[in-house]
Write a protein that binds this ligand. Structure first.
Ligand code: NAP
Length: 217
């Protein structure tokens, strides 16, 4: 898979989407903020462009953003996940998809019927779709602060090339991506976000994240 030039973020008006959008725009990636409401998307893009000092980010209806992108990040709350993937299925075919969704109910993780959000997306889109789980344990606050160091990103999925392309993209935003195995591992990685939320509560933080030592250090 060739290098990524255009990234759409479905649910890009939220905390993760705006932080990720700002980070991706910095090295010159074309960023398409997606929303269910095109006006909300345009406003989010305008705010990001004002902070960046240039017009690197565009706002679109989710479906239109997806159609123009090489890589699509799914960044909606779990309750909207399955319906969003179903609604966008036709436009998502042929794209590299990164699913960042964590199944949470009132801030607590749970395992959905498919086994994970990633496997739920695969059930809908089919096993041939290049689909990768990533960004679950990263802090949106860190993404939004261009000076903040980012946590490591565990990347899982069953297509090796897709994982390598995502790891390459993560390097461009200053995050170390690590191949964390097959899609079957997604429930562990998604669920670990619940532990990070608990740590934030306990230690009165807002951006606990994950760092793996012992690899390349
Ligand atoms: N925040 C973090 O630090 C973080 C870190 C790692 C992973 N995640 C995961 O990434 C995903 C996005 O997180 P977030 O904090 O950015 O979420 P968020 O701000 O609550 O929502 C993101 C966007 O999704 C859209 N949306 C909301 N409800 C929806 C629904 N029922 N159906 C479809 N779209 C809906 C909204 O955009 P429009 O109204 O404009 O369409 C909203 O701005 C979540 O699954 C979360 O678990 C978050």
């Amino acid at each position: 898979m060739s290098s990524i030039t255009t990234v759409a973020i479905v649910g890009g008006t939220g905390s993760l989407g705006t932080g990720l959008g700002a980070r991706l725009a910095q090295p010159g990636i074309r960023v398409l903020i997606g929303s269910r409401d095109p006006e909300r998307a345009r406003q989010a893009a305008q705010t990001l462009n004002a902070a960046l000092g240039r017009g690197a980010v565009e706002g679109w209806l989710n479906e239109e953003a997806v159609r123009q992108a090489d890589l699509v990040v799914i960044a909606v709350p779990y309750e909207g996940h399955a319906k969003m993937i179903e609604d966008l299925a036709d436009s998502l075919r042929g794209k590299l998809i990164v699913d960042a969704v964590v199944p949470l109910k009132k801030g607590r993780p749970f395992i959905p019927p498919a086994g994970s959000a990633l496997l739920e997306a695969r059930q809908i889109l089919g096993a041939e779709t290049p689909l990768v789980g990533a960004l679950h344990n990263i802090s949106a606050l860190d993404l939004q602060d261009s000076a903040a160091a980012l946590g490591d990103v565990l990347v899982c999925g069953d297509q090796e090339t897709a994982k390598s392309t995502v790891i390459e993209m993560l390097a461009k935003i200053g995050a170390r991506g690590l191949d964390a195995g097959p899609a079957a591992n997604a429930y562990i990685i998604e669920g670990f976000t619940g532990v990070l939320i608990q740590l934030n509560r306990k230690y009165k933080s807002k951006h606990a994240t994950l760092k793996i030592t012992g690899i390349g250090d």
